[in-house]
Design a protein around this ligand. Sequence first.
Ligand code: BEZ
Ligand code: FE
Length: 294
Amino acid sequence: MAQLEVSDFAQAVIDRMGECRDERFKQVMTALVKHAHAFMREVDLTPEEWMAGIQFLTATGQKCDERRQEFILLSDTLGISMLTVALAQARGAKGLDAHPGEMPTEATVQGPFFWPGAPKLDLGADIGEGYGEPTLYHGRVTDTSGQPLAGCELDVWSGDEGGLYDMQKGDSMSLRAQFQTDQDGNYRFWSIKPTFYPVPGDGPVGAMLDKMGRHLNRPGHMHMMLNAPGHEKLVTHIFVKDSPYLDSDAVFGVRNSLVVDFPKHGPGKAPDGRAMSKPYYTAKYDFRLVPSAG
Ligand code: BEZ
Ligand code: FE
């Protein structure tokens, strides 16, 4: 029997998949084995490092429960989640005949703090009352040719003025809601100007980031998820232009097209007619959704 040498193991594993009937699975596993073996040969991985890796992945799994997904956090902080989003967006835009100004809104990571079933509120409602600095979010949802999308569902969520999400504090929802665009595709709601905050750092991923010499912070952002019939779902954020960490987001989620000015206004009548007795901010953003494939 021919003995396998250092450079042969990857191909030997790949050759064992001769009976695999799922072509896509075979393609993915072939590339995975090839790259994993090449990585080990490149760094000349020691048995101690291999064991440290096994222990790290075990601890990562053990940190997961119904509220905490440490594996997704690992994927997020290694740029893998965002690469998945960017690949999907590039795939969706292929063959799309859009001019530069008509490109679909860029997507970014969903993160762990989406909570389905947020209260369905009327346009203009304030979900930030009692929290940070009041901000009016408004804009229009259209398709890529500029046609307004009426009845588009808009899920929004953010942390509080200290950067903590409701889920991290207990069992009751706050600073999140669902809205629907009006007949002209417009939306508006009040919340707060989001602040930067750290991703959860008390698990193995936090220890990994520390050892890598990295910080845990994400720049201030408002999460938005848009669902309109006949269109691809969009999961994205609006980032605050003057926030720290825009250039070093712990999860690599920032896209330039999603960075938005939050102008500050003195007390007075807000653009939606609301009388404001204290200063407030506005954030205007128009979304463009891609028609569903097929
Ligand atoms: C978030 O933006 O909520 C988030 C995204 C990735 C990891 C942790 C938090
Ligand atoms: Fe977030």
